[in-house]
Design a protein around this ligand. Structure first.
Ligand code: IPM
Ligand code: MG
Length: 364
């Protein structure tokens, strides 16, 4: 099977971290005897500057024809004044919508070697932390219509529409239950059902889906309580199922709890690979304009996103595990990029490129 991957470096540190991810893909080709057809395309501010559009038609067409997409990062202060629909973030939202990427999987793991990076008290993370946020990605206030701003009764008024239909809830719930089946079989669905009609439907549909998964322990939690539980007792969570907006917020919180945004990968899927779905894989971190072009960025989130791609889109479980192990070995040997080196005695500082080389060398 030809494995077609579109590489979208994007803005800021995106191109730097993806160059290292591509290095890892070549190491995987050598070690596992597979081959990937890579094709690069534009997205975000880079695309806006070259083509006047943060998601050019050509990019979209290339992605539609691919099996998987690897994305670096989009955005930066340079485009803060661009028209709203031309901002880099608009390109990201459109690619999610156009490719039908409704399931966003964001694992947050505290590697034992890096437990001290967590902003939590050591006794809270020494039990370890290994949770997965399953975030709905193509609905909610992000896309609900009507949305906009108008003048009413002499004042400016702005509005967004929080809206889900039961099919959207059901399909993301199934993804979360399936993920829980492969993990510790605990699923916590997050909502605001004490206030929001949308959340009440959410809870009802999640319960219905849960009837098909008697082996999974299902609980429900209000989002405000969940935000607190995440910092006072994070180890209680296995899989968290959330709507788009709550998941955006909670996945950043989980990243803070885990310690470094520079380590967290993500997958956005339009369905399973078996059903012909496409997967877009990207680090959770942003474009980090403050360190762009300095060879300082942490490529591990991009590399771990590549591991997710190998597993979830291409079914190359062995290769995925080998990449993860190579990352852990590199960390265990004390190598750190600047973002995770602070306050860690005995560490060896590595640049973005060196980190990629170190991981690649541990894959042969
Ligand atoms: C994320 C980001 C995006 C989102 C932005 C950049 C549009 O915060 O992927 O979490 O809100 O989904
Ligand atoms: Mg976010």
């Amino acid at each position: 099977m030809e494995k077609n991957i579109v590489v979208l470096p994007g803005d800021g540190i995106g191109p730097e971290v993806l160059a290292e991810a591509v290095k890892i893909l070549h190491a995987v080709e050598r070690r596992f005897g597979c081959s990937f057809a890579l094709r690069e395309a534009l997205i975000g501010g880079a695309a806006y500057e070259a083509e006047g559009d943060p998601l050019p038609e050509e990019t979209l067409a290339a992605c539609r024809a691919a099996d998987a997409v690897l994305l670096g990062a989009v955005g930066g202060p340079r485009w803060a004044e661009a028209p709203v629909d031309k901002r880099p973030e608009a390109g990201l939202l459109r690619i999610r919508k156009e490719l039908g990427l409704y399931a966003n999987l964001r694992p947050a793991v505290v590697f034992p070697e890096l437990a001290s990076l967590s902003c939590l008290r050591p006794d809270l993370v020494e039990q370890g932390l290994d949770l997965l946020v399953v975030r709905e990605l193509s609905g909610d206030v992000y896309f609900g219509l009507p949305a906009g701003e108008e003048r009413r009764d002499g004042a400016r008024q702005a509005f967004n529409n929080m809206i889900y239909d039961e099919r959207e809830i059901r399909r993301i719930a199934i993804v979360a239950f399936e993920a829980a089946m492969k993990r510790k079989r605990r699923l916590c669905s997050v909502d605001k059902a004490n206030i929001l009609a949308v959340s009440r439907l959410w809870r009802e549909v999640v319960r219905e889906v849960g009837a098909d998964y008697p082996g999974v322990e299902l609980s429900h939690m209000y989002v405000d309580n969940c935000a607190m539980q995440m910092v006072i007792r994070p180890a209680q969570f296995d899989v968290l199922l959330t709507a788009n907006l709550f998941g955006d917020i909670l996945s950043d919180e989980a990243a803070g709890v885990a310690g470094s945004l520079g380590l967290l990968p993500s997958a956005s899927l339009s369905g399973t690979a078996q059903s012909g779905g496409i997967g877009l894989y990207e680090p959770v971190h942003g474009s980090a304009p403050d360190i762009t072009g300095q060879d300082k960025a942490n490529p591990l989130a991009a590399i771990l996103s590549t591991a997710m791609m190998l597993d979830m889109t291409f079914g190359l479980k062995d290769a995925a595990v080998a990449v993860e192990q190579a990352v852990r070995r590199t960390l265990a040997e004390g190598f750190r990029t600047a973002d995770i080196a602070a306050g860690q005695p005995g560490t060896r500082l590595a640049s973005c490129r060196e980190m990629g080389d170190l991981v690649a060398a541990r894959l042969v």
